[in-house]
Design a protein around this ligand. Structure first.
Ligand code: GUN
Length: 286
């Protein structure tokens, strides 16, 4: 029997409806509209689309957004000065600097300049450190969205073997920590892992976040495994595929996310969640 499809579009829409209700109640109670400031440096077409979609999603859930477009030649100090202004602006609750930044700008320096209280991407080392130690923090949006999907699908993680393929700061490492916090036994794999198919075959839950088109094959999976595919890869023929060979994998897996329509729609949804959370924390801490 083919795997059950985990419909990220439907789950994302349901979560957004909840966020819209909560944002409405928050605004009615406090008179504050949560506001996300999104900074775009340069004119990478994909980044432009992402930033526009983030702003649109804010408005659809009753929140405000500010998009700040800057030239690719912007000196790093000017960007740092803008971040300092946004940090000090009480009307801004979340700050997002779209990555990648032009080569002359040090990304870490910019991320570290964002106030951890407004870091709705969860990229600041203070938030990353608190995730590691179990403190209150902003969690990066894609890993948070993955956990939301697993919960929505009632996937029991306790004692299960979760195999994360990929070790990025944005997805692999944080999702491994979240799975660990939910009592999974977690293995993090990467390009140098020996006999990756054998490790993946031992997984109850597989999170694929390697950025290589259809690398994880159906024959690598244990029957009934839950497969979360974070990859978005464009093939030469124009098709969009994940890091998992979907048609093969769906014949073996128990549950699987499609690409597109799986993890993707959850990421912006969780950005909205974090922005509302930032506004709520700010309103209750003064
Ligand atoms: N570039 C690609 N994904 C992301 C993201 O989640 N946040 C930011 N700031 N930049 C990105």
């Amino acid at each position: 029997m083919p795997a059950h499809l985990i419909d990220g579009k439907a789950i994302g829409a349901a979560v957004r409806a909840e966020i819209r209700d909560r944002a409405g109640e928050f605004s009615a109670r406090t008179g504050i509209r949560p506001c996300l400031a999104a900074v775009l440096v340069g004119d990478d077409p994909a980044s432009r689309v992402y930033v526009r979609n983030k702003g649109k999603a804010c408005h659809e859930t009753g929140m405000l957004s500010r998009q700040i477009d800057l030239p690719a030649t912007l000196p790093e100090n000017d960007l740092l000065a803008l971040v300092a202004e946004l940090n000090a602006d009480p009307a801004v609750h979340g700050i997002l600097v779209q990555l990648p930044l032009p080569g002359h700008i040090d990304e870490s320096r910019v991320i570290e300049a964002i106030s951890p209280d407004k870091d709705v991407d969860g990229f600041h080392p203070v938030n990353a450190g608190r995730l590691l130690t179990g403190g209150r923090c902003f969690v990066p949006c894609t890993p948070l969205g993955i956990m939301k999907m697993l919960d929505h699908e009632s996937v029991d993680l306790k004692g299960k073997h979760a195999v994360v393929v990929g070790r990025s700061n944005i997805v692999g490492k944080p999702v491994a920590l979240l799975l660990l916090a939910r009592h999974a036994t977690v293995t993090i794999c990467h390009s140098r892992t020996k006999d990756l198919p054998a490790v993946v075959r031992s997984a109850d839950v597989v999170v694929a976040a390697i950025g290589k088109a259809e690398m994880i094959r159906g024959a690598w999976l244990a029957p009934g495994a839950v497969v979360i595919d974070v990859g978005i890869n464009r093939l030469p023929d124009g098709r969009l595929v994940g890091d998992v060979a979907f048609e093969e994998a769906r014949e073996v897996a128990g549950k699987i996310t499609p690409v597109p329509g799986g993890v993707g729609p959850m990421t912006i949804t969780m950005l909205l969640h974090n922005t509302l959370e930032a506004a709520t924390r700010m309103a209750t801490s003064v």
